[in-house]
Design a protein around this ligand. Sequence first.
Ligand code: BJW
Length: 264
Amino acid sequence: MRSHARPVGGMKIGSTLPSGHMQPADTAIEVLRQLGGRRPPIAILTGAGISAGSGLATFRGNGGLWEGHRVEDVATPGAFDRNPELVHRFYNERRAKLQSQDVTPNAAHTALARLEAMWPADVTIITQNVDDLHERASSTSIIHMHGELMQIRHAQTGETRAWKDHCDGTTLDGHWRPHIVWFGEAILEPDRIEACLRSAGLFLCIGTAGQVYPAAGFVHDVAGPSVEFNLDPTSITDAFTHAWHGPAVDTVPEFVDGLVDAGD
Ligand code: BJW
């Protein structure tokens, strides 16, 4: 697990230099020091890496979700128009995996729910994930900016419904599609996201590669400290005031404990 405390721009956050002895809880204490006595709203962006610890595949890298295809090439409305059967089958298989007994929220998901319960101001999760593991961990303030796997949407009316049975090209009237935001489509709830980022005074970013916009730019929209939690440095690590590199199941609970315990 490696830590990087970075002063960014004119806002010098922290005087801690990277140290092999620092723990995520120390970063939490440093963040609290930067906040003075304030306990501002917290915005948390999550990506596929937070659910990797629950056994769900990430999108990019070896063994990525789309099995040898670049997600940018296949997660598009055009790919669905060309081969709806294939795309429906792919999402049906992911729903089955998500509902299997071995997929449950992990310690990072439950730590975020604990943070929401303990922190005196709003804690909002803006998730790029389409799984329901934040809900199952008992977080309540969640924005699914890229849609939800367990929902389907009518392609013409936009009506959404809970998914109940396997979909194929003939399901219902044939116009139902996964409730997923593909490339080139508008993200969901942009106004709520913007308000959340503007009001937040602390930004946490967990398990995202920082390659998909607009989410990859959110770190620039929050005034205050920001902490990246990822297995490895990403293309946006330098934008954060602090970064922890290691499995989210380890780093996030330790950081949350530090934030909550020091706040007592
Ligand atoms: C761990 C770990 C462990 C592993 N612990 N960490 C500039 C500005 C705005 C837009 C654009 C722009 N440039 C280009 C765009 C367009 C495009 C875009 O970003 N393209 C890029 C390729 C450059 N963006 C869009 O099209 C978006 N829409 C949009 O901009 O709309 C504009 C508009 C407005 C009005 C009208 C119309 C249009 C939509 C993006 C939709 C993304 N959709 C997907 C869906 C896939 C379908 C599916 O679910 O099957 O969302 S793509 C995929 O990527 C998915 C994810 O949510 C998203 C992000 O992936 P994520 O979460 O980062 O996962 P990975 O796998 O990439 O990374 C995992 C990370 O975890 C890694 O870093 C690991 O190291 C780490 N990790 N294990 C901690 N244990």
